[in-house]
Design a protein around this ligand. Structure first.
Ligand SMILES: CC(C)(COP(=O)(O)OP(=O)(O)OC[C@H]1O[C@@H](n2cnc3c(N)ncnc32)[C@H](O)[C@@H]1OP(=O)(O)O)[C@@H](O)C(=O)NCCC(=O)NCCS
Length: 368
């Protein structure tokens, strides 16, 4: 009989064996899951890792890392889900589905409102997980874009693969209006881990813009060379004009031929700079990600202050029960109503004035 339960610290080694086999060694890759997810698949987080056990053998795993999103200064309790797998000998028997339900049930009981899942496959979509957000993907090519920067005299940049630079990055990141809560201690750990790059690369490149004379750091880009001459940005923060300036430096001073940049729709400042440079882009939902509402009441309570500030019309907005009929009893549709901008249907007023709410970009250093 298969037993479903949260893991114990002593299970982590077996979990790593399973996830490394499924996601890495079975396709000829190095077993890097422990190194890439040091704060996720680790004894300290064991009680958030869920396992299916057959006679002492861990045969399936779903990992959770609780994460707080900070949206315009308001905290939203979330969980990120990843490293979902069933050993090939046990696949197709309903174990993944049963474990998923067990995880959702536990998170609901804990009062977590929303789960962000790294994956879009049928297992998730059959279970009320939906794609959300909207992102614009730009490929900036050498010699094909120019922008006239204002107020950036005296700016310089430096490139570093030194994780000790993390303190500077932390100060820039925490000014972001939409982000995950991240401590100063976590920053270098995540930077060193390179969680979001698959197949893994040895290290991320960090490029920082600062004012030379005032010794003030303005912006950073974190990314890696996906193939020779093609740089992919995985996270950026800080003054948006300086972000674009850094990309130009990568193209003109660091020998890159192209830089791929994904910009969430809520980042209007960066979008307006890129669009004024007449760059074309492709839009989509947040790539590779779905979300699932697990506790509607907790989520509503967390997002109510954000809604109140966005509404600002004197009379309160209707409560959760007063939402449009087509979304109120369906968690998948509710998640789309609250958080999806890509291909968004018209819901009418007051809804279209307030929603969608932004969710932090899922594929940066907090990726799971
Ligand atoms: C994805 C995975 C975890 C599913 O685990 P599982 O124990 O086999 O899951 P279940 O038996 O409960 O059911 C899921 C699978 O059975 C099939 N299935 C089950 N019910 C089904 C239904 N009603 N209709 C159609 N297909 C169904 C599907 O193939 C489905 O997988 P899908 O996500 O590709 O649609 C497993 O296949 C796995 O480890 N894959 C490799 C790692 C991986 O890709 N992980 C996900 C990262 S996003």
């Amino acid at each position: 009989m298969i037993d479903f339960r949260p893991a114990r610290p002593e299970d982590v080694e077996q979990i790593l064996g399973l996830v490394n086999y499924v996601f890495r060694t079975s396709s000829g890759l190095e077993p890097t899951m422990g190194r890439q997810f040091p704060t996720f698949i680790c004894p300290e987080n064991a009680s958030n890792l869920y396992v299916a056990v057959d006679n002492g053998r861990i045969v399936a795993h779903i990992g959770i890392k609780k994460n707080t999103a900070i949206i315009y200064g308001h905290k939203v309790c979330m969980a990120n889900m990843g490293a979902v797998c069933t050993h090939p000998d046990y696949q197709g028997k309903g174990i993944g589905t049963a474990l998923l339900h067990e995880v959702f049930r536990n998170l609901c009981e804990e009062g977590i409102g929303l789960v962000s899942i790294s994956g879009t496959r049928g297992l998730y979509k059959r279970n009320s997980c939906v794609e959300v957000g909207e992102t614009f993907t730009y490929v900036l090519e050498k010699g094909k874009f120019s922008y006239s920067y204002k107020n950036l005299e005296g700016i310089r940049f430096y490139v570093s693969e030194d994780v000790d630079k993390a303190e500077v990055l932390f100060d820039i990141y925490r000014e972001e209006p939409i982000r995950y809560q991240r401590t100063k201690q976590e920053f270098p750990v995540l930077l060193k881990a390179v969680p979001m790059v698959h197949p893994p690369v040895p290290a991320l490149t960090v490029v920082v813009a600062s004012f030379e004379e005032e010794d003030t750091d303005l912006a950073y880009i974190i990314g890696y060379e996906k193939k020779p001459g093609a740089f992919k940005v995985v996270e950026y923060a800080g003054e948006r004009m300086a972000v674009v300036w850094l990309i130009e430096k990568l193209l003109h001073d660091r020998g890159m031929q192209e830089v791929t940049l994904e910009v969430p729709a809520y980042d209007r400042d960066l979008l307006s700079i890129l669009n004024s440079a007449r760059l074309s882009c492709v839009s989509s939902c947040y790539p590779g990600t779905t979300v699932r509402i697990v506790n509607k009441e907790s989520l509503w309570s967390d997002i109510s202050p954000i809604i109140d500030e966005a509404w600002n019309e004197g009379v309160p907005l209707p409560s959760l029960a007063g939402l449009p009929d087509q979304v109120v009893d369906d968690d998948a549709k509710l998640a789309q109503f609250l958080f999806t901008r890509f291909n968004r249907p018209y819901y009418g007023q007051p809804w279209d004035q307030v929603f969608p709410l932004p969710l932090p970009w899922p594929n940066g250093l907090n990726y799971i």
